[in-house]
Write a protein that binds this ligand. Structure first.
Ligand code: BES
Ligand code: MN
Ligand code: ZN
Length: 514
């Protein structure tokens, strides 16, 4: 991964391939952002007008490259757009530039510098929060998945494109300042695990089946002192996990339930994170048509996020207990697959009539939620690429938050915002429950088509233990980016929900949640 350093050196003397500066969109043209004063001075104070002549406006995500001023060791200056000049920037107020603005700009700059070895970022860094944001943006933006290309694993090769930016120096971040160092260390731990979640999502489903995912989780857990338990198909049968087994029944690769337990001796609270881990969703017997299955390796994004968040919590040594549950199965059609019309006996004891085998996520989650409830955690948060309906409702960049507790739903939504993730609260209207009434079983796995994301949430709610606070994140939209990269978000797996889960654990450890 990209290495980060803190540096108080002058931009001119730095041996780097490029100096990154910020440019904002002012009323009368581009404005050079704080942090780049020395660079601007070296252009005789003409950087803004040079940028304007080059066609730059300071718009968000815009990247303009120009030759560095004479006397600079670095040959190139990269100006990255920050968007509108903030209202409070001339009032000496903190946070002139929002953390998310800095994160995105740093990400766009890091992407534009793929193929370079080292860049110095001279962006507006007022405090540790800004440093954290730029560090996160740079480390997330520099991500590339090339394990399947010739000379892959981030090697440099004409055929596989450019290697990610190898080193970033944050100018103005003080190596001797404890808060600055801590910000960089946290950003490094979180983004490394988030990028690992992206790798898992991007790994083709022929190489990442439930068993392989469980092996990756086991190895990482051992490395970070996390207790791990893997239930294989025999243990699942013995335990009565009818939902997970029913979904995995059609695949030659049997399902797994992985439990990751991170504990801290000073923990006062216990969080349970539950992830949907369908390593490939063909739809099963209710087969998805062509055009709807090419990206369905992404259907384990929830489990990848949970895995990454638990490992990050361990690396950060958070004073909270976090249990991660990865419900892993491959949804395939075959002679042994669950049929529409079959009834499954779930771990909770409830029976489910499977009307559509493509509504499989709620089945594996139901078992994991019921199991997670047995430990009576203070809260359960599940993460899942659950419904196409949520994508229709909220688009490709925003996940839905549902909960059995209004205050908790609000807290999760606000925590996501704090972490730099777009989400929106969604209701669980009880009138939609009757659409799942089954004449044969306790409940059907499908209900009304309208409000399908909420119907799925209502189904899950039935499997959460009595009196346990629960939230459900439907990340079907933002988990996998099929369009072009933007900000710090690459094409493919995005690592959606990882930062929200980490932040939730931090806030819980700090005692300001629940
Ligand atoms: N994995 C899909 C949901 C999905 C859709 C994720 C698009 C990412 C992008 C899920 O298992 C599914 O197939 N849901 C069905 C449910 C329906 C059959 C009730 C859906 O949303 O169509
Ligand atoms: Mn499905
Ligand atoms: Zn699915």
């Amino acid at each position: 991964m990209t290495a980060l350093t803190l540096s108080t050196a002058a931009a001119s003397g730095l041996r780097a391939d490029a100096i990154v500066v910020g440019v904002a969109k002012g009323a009368k043209g581009p404005v050079v952002a704080p942090g780049a004063e020395a660079v601007d001075k070296a252009y005789d104070g003409k950087l803004a007008s040079v940028l304007e002549t080059l066609g730059a406006s300071g718009g968000e995500g815009e990247v303009t490259k120009l030759p560095a001023p004479s006397g600079f060791k670095a040959p190139v200056v990269v100006a990255v757009g920050l968007g509108a000049v903030p209202d409070n920037s001339d009032q000496g107020e903190k946070d002139a530039y929002a953390p998310e603005t800095l994160r995105r700009a740093a990400g766009a700059a890091a992407r534009a510098l793929a193929g370079s070895k080292k860049a110095a970022f001279a962006l507006p860094l007022e405090d540790a929060e800004d440093i954290a944001a730029v560090a996160e943006g740079a480390l997330l933006g520099a991500y590339a998945f090339d394990a399947y290309k010739e000379n892959g694993q981030n090697g440099r090769n004409a055929k596989n494109g450019k290697a990610p930016l190898a080193e970033v120096a944050l100018l103005g971040a003080k190596p001797r300042d404890k808060a600055h160092r801590a910000a960089v260390e946290r950003a490094t731990a979180v983004t490394e695990e988030l990028n690992r979640a992206r790798d898992l999502v991007n790994t083709p489903p022929n190489d990442l089946n439930p068993e392989a995912f469980a092996a990756v989780a086991t190895a990482a857990a051992k490395e970070h002192g996390i207790k791990v338990q893997v239930l294989d198909e025999k243990a699942l049968a013995k335990g009565g996990y009818g939902g997970i087994l029913g979904v995995g029944a059609g695949s030659a690769a049997p399902p797994r339930l992985v439990k990751l337990s991170y504990t801290h001796s000073k923990a006062k609270k216990h969080l349970a994170y539950v992830g949907k881990g369908i390593t490939y969703d063909s739809g099963g017997i209710s087969l998805k048509p062509a055009g709807h299955n090419e990206t369905m390796k992404c259907d384990m994004s929830g489990a990848a996020a949970v895995f990454a968040a638990v490992v990050a919590a361990a690396r950060l040594g958070l004073e909270v207990n976090v249990t991660g549950w990865l419900a892993l199965a491959e949804n395939m059609p075959s002679g042994s697959a669950t049929r529409p019309g079959d009834v499954l006996r779930m771990y909770s004891g409830k029976t489910v009539e499977v009307l559509n085998t493509d509504a499989e996520g709620r089945l594996v989650l139901a078992d994991a939620l019921a199991k997670a409830s047995e430990e009576k955690p203070d809260a359960i948060i599940d993460v899942a690429t659950l419904t196409g309906a949520m994508v229709l409702a909220l688009g490709n960049r925003t996940f839905g938050v549902m909960a059995n507790d209004d205050a908790f739903r609000t807290a999760v939504h606000e925590t996501a915002e704090e972490a730099g993730e777009a989400s929106w609260p969604m209701p669980l209207p009880s009138d939609l429950r009757k659409g799942m009434d089954s004449s044969t079983a306790d409940i059907a796995n499908m209900g009304e088509r309208m409000g399908g994301g909420l119907v799925a949430g209502l189904f899950l709610k039935e499997f959460v233990g009595e009196g346990i606070t629960w939230a459900h994140l439907d990340i079907a939209g933002p988990a996998f980016n099929e369009q072009g990269p933007f900000g710090y978000t690459p094409k493919g797996g995005t690592g959606s929900a990882v930062r929200t889960l980490v932040r939730l654990a931090e806030r819980t450890a700090a005692g300001d949640l629940g």
